[in-house]
Design a protein around this ligand. Structure first.
Ligand SMILES: Nc1nc2c(ncn2[C@@H]2O[C@H](COP(=O)(O)OP(=O)(O)OP(=O)(O)O)[C@@H](O)[C@H]2O)c(=O)[nH]1
Ligand SMILES: [Mg+2]
Length: 375
């Protein structure tokens, strides 16, 4: 469901600067992804401006000429927002917002906006608020530097102390939220220690079909949508295989350039993956950039400390025509990958068997009698 809460109709021009050794095809896919993120955020995309340059401009990211093109495109298309696919530095964001008449956001801010509007549980809301405050704090040095300049070089000007006073409640709130998250994490960890059944976590790129797989395997009713970041609140369901039980958990999807603040703030949600006995790493096999998605997932798993958790690679959406080529290529590089279709049910029996084999091998809980006892 798109985010309909926005009162003003939001119309955006997308911007991307391709520089250095950036892969052109991956950049094109990333821009398409930004358009989908905008759609999820309820923002209509009305145009796009791209530029190739050896190095990004330190002050504006774009060159001066392109900046004027962008200004003209906004007027012509009646855009009230500009969304940059590149991450903006605090200085670039400040300059662009000051010089252009419309609101300027980068990819990180668009993702944060989606998370802020979609988070439903208290836990997800706390995590999002923490990420937002940390993001805001990262943008403040420029304002501080300006105030310092006004107060005199090398001196503590009145502006700086005003800003510090303004920051103080923000820092206090961050400390409060961190404490709250620590309490939640400690509670979750105690619950996990008491668990009787192995935990298998569905992880993977956003829109790969994790929630659909959870629903199909366990008769659950997790929210499924052809939009990015449909799931922000994790769901756990009991899965029975061969008269044994395990817990299957859905998680937040990964995406390229996932903001680090968000990863850090979503620690308690992502810990479901770190603490799992087995991961089902799900990718959309029908996507032309499947291999990039897989690399992003593995890098994110490493970032959250889950790269040592045993994992089965699941190639989903094999019912779609685009999947055949990816599956053939993957078979060479990843011989243990399991092609499935959560829609048609293809490959799900193989997946169940593979889960059992892997748990037998790596999970002591699976061998305990409790895994078969009555609920
Ligand atoms: N054709 C096809 N579509 C699928 C399959 N599995 C899921 N989908 C579709 O892919 C879209 C995304 O599915 P979700 O289950 O919401 O994906 P997700 O990985 O949970 O996505 P996020 O929660 O956003 O990270 C939906 O439109 C699903 O109907 C499949 O096997 N085949
Ligand atoms: Mg989902």
């Amino acid at each position: 469901m798109p985010l309909q809460e926005t009162a003003v109709h939001e119309r955006a021009v997308l911007v991307q600067v391709i520089h250095g050794r950036m892969d052109v095809d991956e950049a094109a896919d990333s821009l398409q992804e930004l358009a989908r993120l905008a759609d999820t955020a309820g923002i209509e995309v009305v145009g796009q401006v791209t530029q190739r340059r050896p190095l990004p401009d330190g002050a504006y990211l774009l060159g001066k000429g392109k900046l004027e093109d962008l200004r003209a495109a906004c007027v012509e298309r009646q855009a009230n927002q500009i969304l940059f696919d590149n991450e903006l530095s605090a200085v670039q964001a400040y300059n662009l917002n000051k010089d252009l008449d419309v609101r300027v956001l980068d990819r990180t801010e668009v993702i944060l906006q989606i998370f802020a509007r979609r988070a439903r549980s208290a836990e997800a809301q706390t995590q999002v608020e923490l990420a937002q405050l940390q993001f805001l704090l990262s943008r403040i040095p420029v304002l501080e530097a300006q105030q310092r300049f006004k107060g005199g070089i090398g001196m503590k000007g009145p502006g700086e102390s005003r800003l510090q006073l303004r920051n103080a409640p923000m820092r206090r709130r961050i400390a409060e939220l961190r404490k709250k998250m620590e309490t939640i994490q400690a509670r979750q960890s105690r619950q996990r220690d008491k668990r009787q059944w192995p935990v298998v976590s569905l992880v993977g790129y956003t829109n790969a079909g994790k929630s659909t797989l959870l629903n199909k395997l366990t008769d659950a009713d997790a929210y499924v949508d052809d939009r990015l970041f449909a799931t922000l609140d994790t769901k756990t369901r009991l899965l029975r295989i061969e008269a044994r039980r395990l817990l299957l958990t859905d998680t937040v999807g990964f995406i390229r350039h996932l903001p680090h603040n968000l990863v850090a703030s979503f620690r308690s949600t992502l810990d479901v993956a770190v603490q799992a006995d087995l991961l089902l790493l799900v990718v959309d096999a029908s996507h032309p950039r499947m291999q990039d998605h897989l690399e992003v997932c593995r890098a994110t798993l490493a970032e959250i400390g889950a790269s040592q958790v045993p994992a089965l690679l699941v190639l989903n959406k094999c019912d779609l025509p685009g999947a055949a080529e990816n599956v053939t290529h993957a078979a060479e590089r990843e011989p243990l990958a399991i092609p499935v279709s959560a829609h048609s049910g293809l490959g799900l029996d193989t997946l169940r068997l593979a889960i059992v084999e892997e748990l037998k091998r790596c999970c002591t809980l699976w061998r305990l009698p409790s895994a078969t006892s009555a609920i």
